[in-house]
Design a protein around this ligand. Structure first.
Ligand SMILES: Nc1ncnc2c1ncn2[C@@H]1O[C@H](COP(=O)(O)OP(=O)(O)O)[C@@H](O)[C@H]1O
Ligand SMILES: Cc1ncc(COP(=O)(O)O)c(CN)c1O
Length: 310
């Protein structure tokens, strides 16, 4: 049976973020991907220059209307990422709600892309829309630590840099709606040292007697000393794919997701360093993700990152 994803994310002419980062790996893994480009930019916003257009809420409605008129508005998943416009995001919520009415089993995977390391890279007025409207309809949420703190109106990382507190953060996010929460990157220090990046995951489970519990995991990946863009988008797409195959096994889904990320990042940094030359830091263009080259690469990642059940 085909599995169809509606992916509402950015498009870039050059490079790999948003839909350019999510679509191909999902297709390789057998998913049908219908993409709506929330923006069309020359390149991601980490370059010295970027130009392009932003899709308005009205334009989004027109595209959805066309899909609907042809009665092909039936989706198994919705995946959303980079959005700059509040009314656009509100329209996304309306569309998700309508699609959920048509398919009550639809899973909405939301990457609330807002910023990182204490600063926003989209307009600040998008935050209340995520907090008050989007999170409630999301089934899977993939914020980084900064985005999770913003949604919960926590002021800064100082109060929550312990694992147990971040576990509470994930529980608070569960209470707002999503059954699965993955903090894709945190400020936690790994027991293996500061050369590792720590991510956390939590999944709500319903016991046989109807009561709920959560399973929580920690993932540690070797940290590469470079800034990658599009990795959050690839993460959310791969989490969608691997939770589809392991719906009740957070550990397995996250291990496969993170292994793909690690694999792509290793290939990217190797290439970027070669392009930059000895002793030079690679430019944003050189650090564009090296996308998977064969199906085997992402189905059976050579590197397996193991998650720890907490
Ligand atoms: N510098 C890095 N070194 C190693 N892995 C990284 C690095 N940056 C990102 N990643 C990988 O990408 C994933 C997504 O992280 P990140 O890009 O921080 O998400 P977001 O874009 O949502 O902030 C991480 O879980 C990790 O697997
Ligand atoms: C156009 C665009 N799309 C998406 C992203 C998100 O990238 P990431 O996956 O690293 O969060 C960015 C980052 N600024 C961007 O500029």
């Amino acid at each position: 049976m085909e599995c169809r994803v509606l992916s509402v994310q950015s498009h870039v002419v050059r490079g790999y973020v948003g839909n350019k980062s999510a679509t191909f790996p999902l297709q390789v893994l057998g998913f049908e991907v219908d993409s709506i480009n929330s923006v069309q930019f020359s390149n991601h916003t980490g370059y010295a220059h970027w130009k392009g257009q932003v899709l308005t809420a009205d334009e989004l409605n027109v595209l959805y209307e066309g899909i609907k008129l042809n009665n092909v508005n039936h989706y198994d998943y919705v995946l959303t990422g980079y959005t700059r416009d509040t009314s656009f995001l509100e329209t996304v919520v309306d569309i998700v709600q309508e699609l959920k009415r048509l398919n009550p089993k639809l899973v909405y995977v939301c990457d609330p892309v807002m910023g990182d390391q204490g600063s926003m890279y989209v307009p600040e007025n998008i935050l209340p829309v995520y907090r008050d409207k989007v999170v409630a309809v999301a089934d899977i949420l993939t914020p980084n630590q900064f985005e999770a703190e913003m949604v919960l109106i926590l002021t800064d990382g100082e109060d929550v840099d312990e694992g147990s507190l971040l576990a509470q953060v994930m529980d608070l996010l569960h209470q707002m709606g999503p059954d699965m929460v993955v903090l894709t990157s945190t400020d936690l220090i790994s027991p293996h040292g500061d050369q590792f990046l720590v991510a956390l995951g939590s999944q709500k489970m319903v016991r046989a007697d109807g009561t709920t519990s959560t399973q929580k995991i920690r993932m540690e990946m070797p940290k590469v000393d470079a800034v990658f863009v599009g990795t959050g988008d690839l993460f959310a797409a791969m989490l969608l794919a691997w939770t589809h195959h392991h719906p009740k096994d957070l550990k397995a889904a996250c291990e496969k997701t993170v292994s793909v990320l690690h694999h792509v990042i290793k290939r990217t940094i190797t290439y970027a360093n070669k392009m930059a030359g000895p002793g030079k830091r690679p430019s944003p263009a050189q650090l564009e993700l090296r996308m998977v080259q064969s199906k085997k690469d992402i189905e059976y990642p050579a590197i397996v990152v193991e998650a720890i059940v907490l």
